[in-house]
Design a protein around this ligand. Structure first.
Ligand code: SF4
Ligand code: SF4
Length: 192
């Protein structure tokens, strides 16, 4: 490979690193609610690093927002789960293949983050304080009875449904990747 090609690849990789540093949505509970551990993942190492894993029907789950996501970095980067290693969202795929630019990716991230902040604010007004849970989980839980009947909470719940739909549409369009067979990846688990 010639020097120009190597330079172009390292510039794209650096751009992807900057884009992810400005985003964090595949770790902070906006895009996914959990990461399913794979046979190659060493659960003990992750536990030693302070991550809580829970056993579910399809294996061990690392729930999001991930406690290892600190200040836009992964504090267990060398030991991160396999699905974290292989996952690239649509933004990153398009950036790496030259279909998009860093500027466009950052604009889309800013837009999605604004919509996620709006959902968080409405959840707060609706009385939800479960900040340690993923956004989609909080959304489902706050709509379950018993409902807070205060007028402010009722108004927030009403506004929450279209706000969450708008966020999910943007995540589907700009971030989620297609699985084999043409389906979009499931919203709960990280990676295909
Ligand atoms: S959602 Fe995409 S851009 Fe955002 S941190 Fe994850 S891989 Fe990076
Ligand atoms: S382990 Fe690292 S890459 Fe995986 S969800 Fe947590 S912070 Fe993100």
């Amino acid at each position: 490979m010639d020097e120009n090609a190597v330079g172009a690849i390292s510039e794209v990789t650096a751009a992807a690193t900057r884009v992810c540093a400005a985003c964090g949505m595949c770790c902070n509970g906006v895009l996914f609610s959990h990461v399913v551990l794979q046979p190659t993942d060493v659960a003990r190492t992750l536990r030693v690093r302070g991550l809580k894993l829970k056993s579910r029907g399809d294996g061990l789950h690392l729930y999001q927002p991930c406690p290892a996501h600190v200040g836009s970095c992964c504090t267990v980067y060398e030991q991160r789960p396999e699905r974290c290693r292989v996952f690239n969202c649509r933004q990153i795929e398009e950036l790496m293949t030259g279909k998009s630019s860093e500027v466009v990716a950052l604009e889309r991230i800013a837009h999605a983050r604004k919509l996620a902040d709006r959902v968080r604010e409405l959840l707060r007004l609706a009385g939800d304080r479960r900040e340690h849970k993923a956004l989609a989980t909080r959304f489902e839980m706050v709509l379950l009875p018993p409902l807070d009947t205060a007028p402010e909470a009722a108004a927030a719940r009403e506004a929450l449904v279209p706000a969450m739909q708008e966020l999910e549409a943007v995540l589907l369009r700009d971030f989620r990747v297609a699985l084999a067979g043409g389906q979009a990846e499931e919203t709960a688990a990280r990676g295909a």
